[in-house]
Design a protein around this ligand. Structure first.
Ligand SMILES: [Zn+2]
Length: 68
């Protein structure tokens, strides 16, 4: 299954990334259930873990269960 990282933005600054979520291919809702903006930035799932403090913990747990 294909995954993509998508950005969640802060409420104060719509250009500032609050955290990164993991999304399954063709879906706009993060694996943790968070609804993300349609224009949210995306990154390849290989970047997951590059900035641990920015990663959604729920998405991370679910993602690691699907990707060995
Ligand atoms: Zn998430």
């Amino acid at each position: 299954m294909e995954h993509t990282m998508r950005a969640e933005y802060t409420e104060e600054d719509p250009d500032r990334v609050r955290s990164w979520h993991m999304v399954r291919a063709g879906v706009s809702t993060a694996m943790c259930g968070k609804v993300l903006r349609a224009d949210a930035a995306s990154r390849p799932d290989g970047d997951w873990g590059a900035e641990p403090s920015m990663m959604c913990h729920t998405c991370g747990a679910l993602y690691l269960r699907e990707v060995p």
